[in-house]
Design a protein around this ligand. Structure first.
Ligand SMILES: NC(=O)c1ccc[n+]([C@@H]2O[C@H](COP(=O)([O-])OP(=O)(O)OC[C@H]3O[C@@H](n4cnc5c(N)ncnc54)[C@H](OP(=O)(O)O)[C@@H]3O)[C@@H](O)[C@H]2O)c1
Length: 368
């Protein structure tokens, strides 16, 4: 894993050395007792107030997941501290972390400063969406039931937030009235809402009674509808709104044992199709569904673990066989899922409305 960041230094640094601002580098070394390959090079000359400054671009590569998080936290702390201490750039100053994906600087999605409610966001696909949004400078309110993991994810998100984006959280069950009230008590107006809750369990439809169906409908159909109901009119009044429902590829290609999911999510899909074509469309509000195929999350691993136990194979054997069924020959990752979500929330995606966007590595066999 890699982290990149910028350091700005006034011209005198350049007079001492042609390579990099020495103070900034030693400062970072002190604060970063991390074993990684670390490179720095001058990328541009800019202006801070009346001063000309040189901006160096640093990159730390070969980091473990844990080191990546702690380095991001340190960069965030340091950039805040240095900005307070030397606003006029009298000293080398860490500007901020730069998000670079596969060596390509990301597109500006024009949503910095907006507010997003992201449900089911302490890990997995919801976390991926929240992460992509905070990197765009979107303020987020993240919801999940488990408080401890949620707090950890808030820290990880805050470490990646650009343009001073805020990260708030509510530990609540979003499928309950109380859970939704707790989220809206913190903030009522959102420009972006990403809906998601846990998927219903697999099984045989003969075993599902009314209670099982109501639970599935509540989590995967009625909860997103309630969240849409609570937010779209405010979005329309402000002239900008994005709803992204995380559903499933099973909406397009049903899986027999996931009848509860197929049914409840198809219900939501039908509802969204109608609302997306209502008056809201002319008021800057779009509603789309994002359909994940197999993504590498804890949920996928738990499903594969179940299959491994049933068949007596190892987890790796089951995962490898599953990968081979996907034309991309791999599972999706939450970063790429989050990036699709952020794009659907962007200014640029204003003309994409009422769609079911499938991300499954080509697994869906149909032409349309
Ligand atoms: N991963 C895939 O390949 C895949 C494919 C198709 C569809 N999906 C669907 O996508 C959704 C997310 O899957 P995932 O892979 O991201 O799962 P995951 O890694 O298990 O993450 C689920 C997240 O949602 C939160 N959550 C679950 N129920 C909640 C509730 N009632 N209220 C608030 N937060 C809740 C969890 O935190 P807490 O448990 O602490 O609340 C966690 O943060 C599921 O509905 C799943 O069926 C996933």
């Amino acid at each position: 894993m890699a982290v990149t960041w910028c350091v700005a230094a006034p011209s005198w640094c350049q007079m001492r050395t042609n390579r990099s601002p020495p103070h900034a580098k030693s400062l970072l070394r002190k604060l970063m007792p991390i074993d990684c390959s670390n490179t720095a090079h001058l990328v541009m000359v800019g202006k801070a107030g009346r001063r000309f400054v040189r901006i160096w671009h640093y990159e730390a590569t070969g980091l473990s997941h844990h080191d990546e998080i702690s380095l991001r936290m340190r960069i965030l702390q340091l950039s805040k501290m240095r900005a307070r201490r030397c606003p006029s750039l009298a000293l080398p100053t860490i500007i901020r972390e730069v998000v670079i994906t596969n060596g390509v600087k990301k597109m500006d999605l024009g949503i910095a400063g907006k507010w997003a409610l992201v449900c089911g966001a302490s890990k997995g696909l919801g976390f991926g969406c929240a992460q992509a949004l905070v990197r765009e400078g979107v303020n987020v309110l993240v919801v999940a039931r488990g408080a401890e993991l949620l707090q950890e994810s808030v820290q990880r998100l805050a470490a990646q937030a650009t343009a001073g984006a805020s990260v708030l959280s509510v530990a609540a069950d979003i499928t309950t009235v109380e859970g939704r009230s707790a989220a809206f008590a913190l903030r009522a107006d959102f420009d972006i809402v990403v809906t998601k809750a846990g998927g219903p369990p697999p099984g045989d439809f003969r075993d599902w009674d009314r209670t099982a169906w109501i639970k599935a409908l509540d989590a995967n159909m009625l909860t997103p509808i309630e969240l849409i109901k609570a937010t779209v009119d405010g979005m329309a009044a402000r002239g900008y709104g994005r709803i992204v429902n995380i559903t499933s590829s099973a909406v397009k290609a049903p899986i027999d044992i996931l009848g509860l999911s197929n049914g409840a999510r198809s219900g939501l899909t039908g509802f969204v199709a109608g609302v997306a074509r209502s008056k809201l469309a002319g008021q800057g509000v779009t509603l789309n569904n994002l359909l994940p195929g197999p993504f590498d999350t804890d949920r996928l691993k738990a499903t594969m673990q179940g299959a491994a136990q049933k068949s007596g194979q190892t987890l790796e054997a089951v995962m490898s066989a599953r990968r081979k069924t996907i034309p991309a020959q791999r599972f999706g990752n939450v970063e790429e899922f989050g990036a699709i979500c952020a794009f659907l929330c962007s200014q640029q995606a204003g003309f994409i409305n009422g769609q079911n966007v499938l991300a499954d590595g080509g697994a869906y066999p149909g032409t349309f």
